[in-house]
Design a protein around this ligand. Structure first.
Ligand SMILES: [Zn+2]
Length: 205
């Protein structure tokens, strides 16, 4: 915790002053351009990897960057999507998976979930993906199986987003673009999904 409070002091002393005008503006204005749906994993930091300033990204992070389909009942993720798209009017949504995702690994291996009932219940939103993308290739290296499921999961969560009425309506008006990314922790590289080819390709750096 000491590291966190030290960081807070450094923020107030060093990072805040050069951005004072930005924060004064943001105190009365909230118009992010992008809704970023990422994994809760501490190694995937949306603002860092996109080099975004405060006010630019509206961020939703869940285990496995999963988006429950609509309607899911009272649901903080649906509420955030509805607010970002319907009220804030973001023009882009990024769903970002990542290498070595613990949630996707749990889906592939099934290990440890018997002790984690809430995690197991949440991961049902990705269970169909794992079954489809990893059809019994049990002899393949786990990393390769996880990599395949990570990519398939991003595509599925993009489809889930489209089930949310506010997203479907914005897409109909051509006011919204959906993007599927996979971030590689070791290299910092990002692959983007091309709906035309059905494949992921490196984003130029
Ligand atoms: Zn993850």
């Amino acid at each position: 915790m000491q590291q966190i409070t030290d960081g807070l002091r450094r923020f107030r002393r060093e990072a805040f002053p050069p951005r004072a005008a930005l924060f004064a503006d943001l105190a009365v204005r909230h118009r992010p351009g992008t809704l970023f749906v990422g994994c809760s994993d501490s190694r995937v930091v949306p603002e860092l990897i996109t080099q975004s300033e405060p006010g630019e990204l509206f961020v939703v992070r869940t285990a496995g960057n999963l988006v429950p389909p609509h309607p899911a009942g009272p649901d903080g993720i649906a509420a955030s999507i509805e607010y970002a798209v319907g009220v804030l009017g973001v023009s882009d949504v990024v769903v970002c998976g990542h290498s070595g995702c613990g949630a996707m690994t749990a889906l592939v291996t099934g290990e440890g979930l018997d002790r984690l009932p809430s995690v197991a219940a949440w991961l049902r939103h990705g269970a169909g993906v794992a079954a489809e993308a990893d059809p019994g290739a049990a002899d393949a290296p786990v990393e390769d199986r996880v990599a395949a499921v990570v990519r398939a999961n991003v595509v599925t969560q993009l489809d889930r987003l489209r089930t949310h009425p506010v997203v479907a309506e914005a897409l109909d008006r051509r006011a919204l673009t959906l993007h599927g990314w996979v971030y590689d922790i070791a290299s910092g590289a990002v692959e983007a999904y091309d709906r035309g080819t059905g494949r992921f390709a490196p984003l130029p750096c």
